[in-house]
Design a protein around this ligand. Structure first.
Ligand SMILES: [Zn+2]
Length: 346
């Protein structure tokens, strides 16, 4: 399935080449055409059986949140900014890999022994942090790193449980999980022309999807995601958003779009007919490439289906292979039924 390779690949927004390269290798024998547009979106075409005139786009984003190096300090440490949404609190003491050569560095942290009482209660802001690459001076650091270099978290992929949920841990499941689902989904042939699109720069504002949807001009679009799963026990906030192991999460509404009701109905009916577990993502939270796609040209009926992932936008996240496989199953079956406009119009 390639989830390990995709998860460990370096692909912060604007620097998705390595991820795209892995995907090209995985799909090239299963599609009729593919091209890379000026932004870096990978747009493929898998011709249908000819039963349907529809053009169906299925998108997943290749980028992940990460860091960008912005400044060298005299002592050889590096200042940085987040790329995409990252909580300052999860950064301290993390190991990161910088640039294409994956130079390791550590986000420095003041030892607990030296923290004053009020410091213990404060969140250290990202602009107060530096990355330590072990250089003794600015000059030495400048030899290894350039301003604008990206950094990603140094997280290896592994399977935590062999039974039950078959949970795996890794980084960037948002949205390498969606990419891996799409790679599996495009291996089937459908009644319509399928446009698998692996987008760039989703995490900084759904940018790649905007131009890709304009170029493809599909009749219908699906977005595949790794979405928020916040299902651990807690006192006050009882909302899990999605639940690990409860199946693919179908979006009804998030902050970026309201899903096409006909497509949601198609997904739900398909799941119920086949006994595929599914859940609704709690409405109103997050956003996906569908936010840009559904507004392209004259408007494109769109839906989002996600693999629930705990701890996204952090150095490490968890997903269930059960959910992953059920998402692939649901998407293959639901796409097989998209043969006429009525699924869009109902
Ligand atoms: Zn995402």
């Amino acid at each position: 399935m390639g989830l390990k390779e995709l998860s460990e690949a370096f692909g912060v927004s604007g620097c998705e080449d390595e991820v795209r390269g892995i995907i090209v290798e995985a799909i090239k024998d299963h599609v009729d055409e593919y091209r890379v547009d000026s932004m870096g979106n990978l747009i493929a075409l898998k011709r249908g059986t000819g039963e349907s005139e529809l053009k169906v786009m299925v998108a997943a984003h290749t980028d992940e949140v990460g860091l960008m190096i912005t400044h060298f300090e005299k002592d050889g440490t590096l200042r940085f900014r987040p790329v995409g949404g990252i909580d300052d609190r999860i950064l301290l003491s993390k190991v990161v890999l910088i640039g294409q050569d994956r130079l390791p560095g550590v986000i420095g942290v003041k030892p607990v022994h030296l923290l004053k009482e009020e410091e213990r209660r404060q969140v250290v802001k990202v602009d107060q942090m530096t990355i330590d690459i072990g250089a003794k001076s600015k000059e030495e650091a400048e030899k290894a790193i350039k301003i604008g270099d990206y950094a990603t978290f140094a997280t290896s992929f592994c399977q935590l449980t062999e039974d039950g949920l078959r949970t795996v841990k890794g980084k960037a499941f948002d949205d390498r999980a969606g990419c891996a689902v799409l790679i599996e989904v495009l291996k089937e042939r459908y009644p319509f022309d399928l446009y698998p699109v692996f987008t760039v720069q989703e995490e900084v504002g759904l940018r790649g999807a905007r131009v890709a949807a304009y170029a493809v001009e599909p009749d219908v679009a699906f977005v595949l995601e790794g979405t928020i799963c916040d299902d651990m026990p807690k006192k006050k906030d009882v909302s899990p958003t999605t639940e690990l192991g409860a199946g693919p999460a179908i979006t009804i509404m998030d902050r970026s779009f309201i899903a096409d009701r006909g497509l949601v109905k198609l997904l739900v009916e398909t799941a119920e007919e086949l006994g595929i577990p599914y859940q609704f993502k709690q409405p109103g939270i997050g956003g996906t490439d569908a936010g840009a796609i559904h507004l392209a040209k004259e408007g494109i009926p769109s839906a989002t289906v996600s693999v629930p992932c705990r701890y996204i936008h952090s150095p490490v996240c968890l997903l269930s292979l059960e959910d992953f496989e059920n998402t692939v199953w649901l998407m293959k079956e639901a796409l097989g039924k998209v043969v006429a406009r009525r699924f869009v119009d109902s």
